[in-house]
Design a protein around this ligand. Structure first.
Ligand SMILES: CC(C)(COP(=O)(O)OP(=O)(O)OC[C@H]1O[C@@H](n2cnc3c(N)ncnc32)[C@H](O)[C@@H]1OP(=O)(O)O)[C@@H](O)C(=O)NCCC(=O)NCCS
Length: 161
């Protein structure tokens, strides 16, 4: 599997799984009805570095972004987002994307990474923890999960230096 910088033409290949993940409303605090144009503005924003994971057949199977979580004197704290095609999860793509993005964050001079809103029921919490993130705080009952009801949102942090 290849992980590379995304190009503009990748968006139509990201959008189908982006839509599926956000419409499911289980993992991202974004409007499940986000349309394609708004989604593109959100994910492919010029403020973000965007990456894709491509399988050997050239199919885009996941994507991630890296950006500053704050500005000015706090701009050295990164934020990132990850999506793997739900048809391709559990095969190491998310972990490979995360390792790539963490290395990129270090390369670009970030000194820490923060996730602002990790749904506490998301199996990804285990992935982030295994990569060295800790839960700094949990915003109680912040997220109305379609199956679990009101659940917490973790603020997760990893120092990069
Ligand atoms: C989270 C996500 C990026 C993980 O991608 P993935 O390709 O499935 O992850 P991997 O196969 O690399 O699994 C990595 C680890 O995550 C955990 N994990 C991921 N999905 C899991 C699941 N459905 N059930 C249990 N554990 C899971 C496992 O502990 C696994 O550990 P291992 O590497 O020791 O086997 C992907 O499931 C996804 O896009 N989910 C929807 C969007 C999302 O939640 N993004 C993150 C928001 S914080």
């Amino acid at each position: 599997m290849l992980i590379r910088d995304a190009v503009t033409d990748d968006w139509p290949r990201i959008w189908p799984f982006w839509h599926r993940i956000v419409a499911a409303a289980e993992t991202y605090a974004w409007d499940p009805d986000t349309d394609e144009q708004a989604a593109r503005a959100l994910w492919m924003s010029p403020a973000k570095r965007v990456y894709v994971a491509e399988d050997p057949a050239g199919t885009v199977v996941g994507s991630a972004y890296l950006t500053a979580n704050y500005g000015g004197p706090a701009a050295h704290v990164a934020n990132a987002g990850f999506m793997v095609d739900p048809a391709r999860t559990g095969r190491g793509i998310g972990r490979a994307l995360a390792e790539h993005v963490l290395a990129e964050a270090v390369r670009h001079g970030y000194r820490a990474m923060v996730f602002n809103a990790v749904v506490e029921t998301n199996p990804a919490v285990r992935l982030w923890t295994s990569l060295g993130f800790t839960v700094l705080a949990t915003i109680p009952e912040a997220f109305d999960h379609p199956r679990h009801g009101p659940v917490g949102l973790h603020v997760m942090h990893k120092p990069l230096v």
